[in-house]
Design a protein. Structure first.
Length: 313
């Protein structure tokens, strides 16, 4: 089975560094949105570059040191994911896995500068080991310009080519995967699929409570629904915020679903899997939307009132 080295970039504007830091640095006790995280194994996670403090403070400090002006739409930091096919890691001892990620991190450090690295941490507590390397996109002449560093689609393809060439020197079995520009596939992070499934399962439980409301138990059932919604809504807001970045991808899915299915059926297993995953995400989103549409107005009003009261306190 082919084994691939994987490199992905996600640009971040404004100040969404805190939730990213909480995830990367494992600062939560529980991770409801990602059931694949085994916190009992988090002790095996390790840093290649340790953060000097809070992500936001480091990012802001580097931007200020460089004397850069920023706009609301400026990309302030880039989150990089590096991993490989699960088969690549199978049977490898921890030292070999650490050596793989050290080399991968060295590739990025040479390109973006050690002084701009916010954090580089390897997660060993999920199904497949992976590296999250976060950096401030400052050019050599101290300009904040992710566009220049990452470039356009052609430049990103060159990044992938160079990364593969660098890694294959030490790991000759690794293959270069086809670029998204050739396959027509756009990446939706696995964590969003997991969050959608988790939220959808909660939505079904809420829907069951809403179905059970009748004149005899309205008060008790509404309180139960309200209690569940108070936990569900903040997760929904976080999920919706992340989903906005992939709205075009999902819109394309809905419009081109038949084309994707036809291409997948042409014995292209990767595309078949991708299509099935996206169809599943679409189904989960419909489940979530159905529950949103069904919340009684008085329950929704009370939920918003309580949320506002909590913020004002």
């Amino acid at each position: 089975m082919p084994q691939y080295a994987i490199l992905r970039f996600a640009k971040h504007k404004g100040n969404p560094a805190r939730p990213l830091e909480a995830h990367h640095e494992r600062q939560k006790e529980k991770y409801a949105s990602n059931p694949d995280i085994d916190t009992a194994r988090s002790k095996y996670n390790f840093h290649i570059v340790k953060p000097e403090g809070r992500y936001y403070h480091f990012i802001q400090s580097r931007i200020e040191q460089a004397g850069c002006r920023t706009r609301k739409d400026s990309t302030r930091f880039v989150d990089t994911l590096i991993t490989a096919s699960p088969e690549f890691f199978r049977g490898k001892p921890p030292k070999e896995i650490q050596a793989f990620f050290q080399r991968a991190a060295d590739f990025l450090i040479q390109r973006v500068g050690r002084e701009n690295i916010v954090s580089a941490v390897v997660h060993m507590d999920e199904k497949t080991p992976h590296l999250h390397l976060t950096f401030v996109p400052l050019t050599q002449d101290n300009r904040l310009c992710a566009k220049e560093i990452l470039g356009n689609r052609a430049s990103l393809t060159k990044w992938q080519d160079d990364f593969h060439a660098y890694m294959v020197e030490n790991y000759p079995d690794l293959e270069r995967g086809e670029s998204a520009s050739k396959t027509g596939r756009k990446h939706i992070p696995t964590r969003l699929f997991k969050q959608a499934v988790n939220l959808s399962n909660q939505a079904k439980a809420i829907e069951a409570v809403l179905d059970g409301i009748n004149p005899l138990n309205a008060g008790k059932k509404k309180e139960e629904a309200l209690s569940m919604l108070k936990k569900w809504f903040p997760q929904m807001e976080d999920f919706s915020g992340q989903l906005k970045k992939y709205k075009v991808t999902i819109a394309d899915l809905l419009k081109k679903n038949k084309k994707l299915e036809a291409r997948a059926k042409a014995s292209e297993k990767g595309k078949m899997k991708d299509t099935m995953e996206r169809a599943k995400l679409e189904s989960e989103l419909h489940n979530i939307q159905r529950v949103l549409d069904r919340i009684p107005p008085d329950v929704l009003a009370e939920l918003k009132r309580q949320q506002q009261y909590g913020k004002d306190r």
